[in-house]
Write a protein that binds this ligand. Structure first.
Ligand SMILES: Cc1cc2nc3c(=O)[nH]c(=O)nc-3n(C[C@H](O)[C@H](O)[C@H](O)COP(=O)(O)OP(=O)(O)OC[C@H]3O[C@@H](n4cnc5c(N)ncnc54)[C@H](O)[C@@H]3O)c2cc1C
Length: 412
């Protein structure tokens, strides 16, 4: 198989690079991307991200795969991959648009009314209005259809009550997409309805959750008698599950990239810099064995990624490779970080980026990677997907199938 760019792809790559060179500072080969360091999402960082998105939009480089009528460039997924590869070689602001551009925009394109598409999509593409995803609840994550936040019709409006959790970036977002229960008499997948919600509306309360790495990028969001206009409904009443599935299908594709695959280069550099028994750690036999294992896994992930890219270049929709890449890549990221911290000896326990090797990137990654094993489908759920949809094994027993939601025991 030939992994080189075709002449057209090479030309596109050169054009993308020329644009990026005009506006951004390149990363040195030995430097860690600020995004990998999980730049804190303070006001300055958000504004920088908005400025960069506006520059991309104004120069025809934003949301490349979206149709032109919605503010995109009508390009293929492969061009998007090439642009992302090139952008990754530069210092970029915090990545705050993954959910909006990767998941919510495509959902609105599929299920929104013409007025909703006209009103929201270009604005979302230019990035001055930022969107969050309000799906998970304290008792509804993997079993999302078990959610309890209610929406009750009152004249021309809907009234929302309940709680969402783990809402990424909700504290700086202007709008959200929410799934609610509108009919508890129906089986759990049938009584749901999907809405756009104004995050600044009266009754919306955002409480950031402090994370183990010191950041607070996720939130609990409470809805107390929040009034939502009828024209904010996306899809029909009771069709929320169908709309939510569109969002979730796009989520798998956007998170699916094999985590950790690009980081073995940094691990090898670290093994040259750290010492074991008075010699560079890379000369130690046991260390070399683990480096070789890491290299093999990273190559496996890289080639699985190429398989997805070839499918994309042939015009196919990415298949189960997305689940495999995440099921292997997310735990691999965590293992790499644990090994890198071990190599650092006592410095492995130091989070201060001015002191710890490689700007404490591995410590940050060690604390952040368990979340990646949960977000967008936990390890176990991905294995279920692979078992049922790829290997054709029997499905899980679902005892609540067809039962009115009101009659499903809640434990409370
Ligand atoms: C970094 C991060 C960002 C997130 N961002 C968002 C966001 O922006 N918006 C949003 O709505 N949500 C978000 N989430 C929430 C995420 O979607 C949920 O955490 C996820 O779906 C898991 O749900 P849960 O936390 O309720 O765990 P549970 O579903 O309660 O799972 C608990 C454990 O049980 C296992 N389990 C559950 N069901 C099964 C089964 N059928 N078979 C085998 N094992 C099972 C799970 O694998 C897990 O180990 C985010 C989460 C993280 C970590």
């Amino acid at each position: 198989m030939n992994f080189d760019d075709t002449p057209q792809e090479a030309e596109f790559r050169a054009k993308a690079r020329a644009f990026l060179e005009q506006h951004l500072e390149p990363l040195n080969p030995d430097e860690v991307s600020p995004n990998l360091l999980g730049e804190r999402e303070d006001e300055g960082a958000i504004q920088k991200a908005k400025d960069w998105q506006a520059t991309k939009y104004d120069n025809g480089w934003a949301v490349l795969t979206w149709p032109k009528e919605y503010g995109g460039q009508g390009m293929g997924r492969l061009e998007n991959v090439i642009f992302n590869q090139e952008e990754g070689k530069f210092k970029t602001p915090a990545a705050i648009y993954g959910i909006g551009h990767g998941m919510l925009g495509p959902t609105l394109m599929t299920h929104g009314t013409e007025e909703q598409k006209e009103r929201y999509l270009k604005e979302m593409a230019r990035g001055q209005v930022v969107w969050c995803q309000l799906f998970s609840e304290p008792a509804a994550g993997s079993d999302l259809a078990g959610l309890r936040t209610s929406a009750v019709k009152d004249g021309d409006e809907w009234v929302l009550n309940g709680q969402k959790i783990w809402s990424t970036g909700a504290h700086f977002c202007d709008l959200g997409m929410i799934v609610t229960r509108t009919d508890p008499e129906l089986p759990k997948h049938d009584g749901l309805t999907y809405f756009i919600v104004d995050m600044n509306a009266p009754g919306v309360e955002c409480r950031p959750i402090k994370q183990i790495n010191g950041g607070a990028g996720f939130n609990e969001v409470f809805f107390n008698d929040v009034r939502v206009p009828a024209e904010y409904r996306v899809g029909g009443i009771g069709e929320g599950w169908k709309v939510a599935i569109t969002t979730l299908m796009n989520e798998r594709v956007s998170i699916g990239a094999g985590g950790g695959a690009g980081r073995t280069k940094d691990l090898f550099r670290l093994a040259r810099e750290c010492r074991k028994n008075g010699r560079p750690a890379i000369e130690d036999t046991a260390v070399r064995q683990r480096l070789a294992d890491a290299f093999i896994t990273s190559k496996g992930l890289q080639y699985t990624g190429y398989r997805t890219m070839s499918a994309i270049s042939r015009g196919a929709t990415p298949g189960p490779e997305g689940s495999i890449g995440k099921a292997v890549g997310a735990p691999f990221s965590q293992e790499l970080a644990a090994f890198a911290m071990e190599l650092q000896g006592v410095m492995g326990g130091v989070m201060d980026s001015s002191v710890a090797p490689q700007d404490a990137m591995w410590q940050e990654s060690y604390l952040g990677s368990p979340g990646i094993r949960i977000a967008g489908g936990t390890d176990e759920i991905l294995r279920n997907v692979i078992a049922e949809r790829v290997l054709g094994l029997p499905g899980e027993h679902r005892s609540d199938k067809g039962v009115p939601f009101r009659d499903i025991p809640s434990g409370s």
